[in-house]
Design a protein around this ligand. Structure first.
Ligand code: G3I
Length: 392
């Protein structure tokens, strides 16, 4: 009997012991049990071995899929090493800020009557120059609205403002955008509003038809683009995600039944490395239900946060990689899934460093490349998922 077996048996025994001890210790408010439960996510037998040198975009393209990532104008302009590896790995790009009404130091809409396309044009030119497909993100969202919005937009002028925004922005890039996130995050069942809709300024100003209106305007402005409804919190086997999956399905069914020109669902896939509640069959069923509406599916903003994982970076990287591979092996089994994008490519520029930092203040490690642009096991996991995916 191989030593490995003895090692595994001993390790399992110790893990089990840690578990029991941990549960006993929990009474003293210690977190050994939590570490045990997280440790159980870490299968050190998984090597995440990858064959060959192909990039993620090449591995995706081999199966008729697309791999891409989010990036910002400022990071692409200021970091040539990042820009180089971004072009090497990505077949598609999505702007993190530049196509929103207003985010950070980017103001697409300086005021109610004007547009500043400088950054947006640069991003489109970067994609064209480097043969990258481009995702427009996003036309209608309740976040990233300019300061003037609240005091100047009302029920009398909102429809005209939205119409002008979509016609101008989408019309400017006709033929250069693969897909638009036309409406982002419009579902929040906890808001207890009609059909699980989120209470947003757009709902207050235009009523429930704002979603259909936005898609119709986008379709008129660019009939060649894939029009996407994009949302988060659709991933796990818990009551909150289940309610959201049902409400999103209901929204999609309603839009399809009234002939709204919607072509795909964007699943953001912001995952948690410490979650035990990914249920492959439940997720597979959800994807199949979406596909049965004759909709494509894009995984649009994938990352796996390590905020609640232990300090040990080797264990963190294995656990994060396992979450990527387990999720994508199910997602890519559904042939309606056409693309996977991560919300960033390198840990150097992830939103999670600012928005969901680790308590121990160490840099987070949610993305395929580390801050020095080196492959991590997460890169291997995504590569393996593409290598094992059925061809489209
Ligand atoms: O660049 C300025 C900086 O000069 C200033 O000092 C600092 C002050 O806080 O703000 C910086 O801008 C921030 C910008 O990110 C760049 O870091 C903005 O405040 C901040 O609002 C902006 O947040 C972005 C957020 O969307 C809102 O647009 C995140 O980077 C971006 O990752 C996040 O992405 C969203 C998707 O669009 C939709 N799905 C969820 C996803 C994560 O929240």
């Amino acid at each position: 009997m191989s030593n490995n077996w003895k090692f595994n048996k001993r390790r399992d025994f110790l893990l089990g012991l840690a578990g029991i001890t941990g549960m006993v210790a929990l009474g003293k408010g210690q977190s050994i049990y939590l570490n045990y439960s997280i440790q159980s996510l870490d299968n050190q037998a998984r090597t995440f071995y990858v064959y060959g040198e192909k990039s993620l975009k090449e591995r995706a393209a081999t199966k008729g899929l697309i791999y891409g990532a989010a990036a910002s104008h400022d990071n692409l302009i200021s970091d040539s090493e990042f820009a180089k590896v971004f072009i090497q790995q990505s077949g598609m790009m999505v702007p993190e800020l530049e196509f929103k009404w207003s985010s950070g130091n980017k103001r697409l809409r300086p005021d109610q009557n004007s547009f500043d396309f400088k950054a947006a044009d640069w991003m489109i030119e970067f994609s064209q120059k480097n043969d990258l497909l481009f995702r427009g993100h996003t036309l209608v969202w309740h976040h990233a609205l300019p300061n003037w919005f609240e005091e100047q937009v009302n029920r009398q002028n909102a429809e005209l403002l939205l119409t002008k925004h979509i016609q101008t922005v989408v019309g400017r890039y006709v033929g250069k955008v693969h897909s638009w996130d036309v409406v982002n995050e419009a579902i929040a069942p906890s808001h207890n509003i009609f059909n699980g809709l989120r209470k947003t300024p757009w709902l207050d100003l235009l009523g429930t038809d704002y979603i259909d209106l936005a898609f119709r305007l986008a379709a008129q402005a660019d009939p060649s683009a894939l029009l996407v409804y994009n949302d988060f919190g659709l991933d796990y086997d818990n009551s909150k995600d289940e309610a959201k999956r049902q409400a999103v399905l209901s929204l999609l069914e309603g839009l399809k039944s009234k002939g709204t020109p919607i072509h795909a669902l964007g699943i953001q896939a912001h995952l948690s490395g410490d979650s035990h509640s990914f249920n492959p069959q439940k997720f597979r069923d959800f994807l199949s239900n979406v596909a049965s509406l004759d909709l494509k599916i894009l995984i649009t903003e994938m990352d796996v946060k390590d905020q609640n994982l232990p300090f040990d970076t080797a264990m963190r990287d294995r656990t994060i990689a396992a979450a990527y591979e387990d999720y994508l092996s199910v997602a890519l089994d559904e042939k309606a899934v056409i693309a996977v994008l991560t919300w960033g490519l390198s840990d150097k520029y992830t939103w999670l460093n600012e928005f969901q930092p680790r308590k121990d203040k160490t840099p987070v490690r949610p993305l395929p490349l580390d801050a020095q642009m080196q492959y991590k096991l997460a890169w291997n996991a995504i590569a393996r998922a593409f290598d094992h995916a059925p061809k489209r």
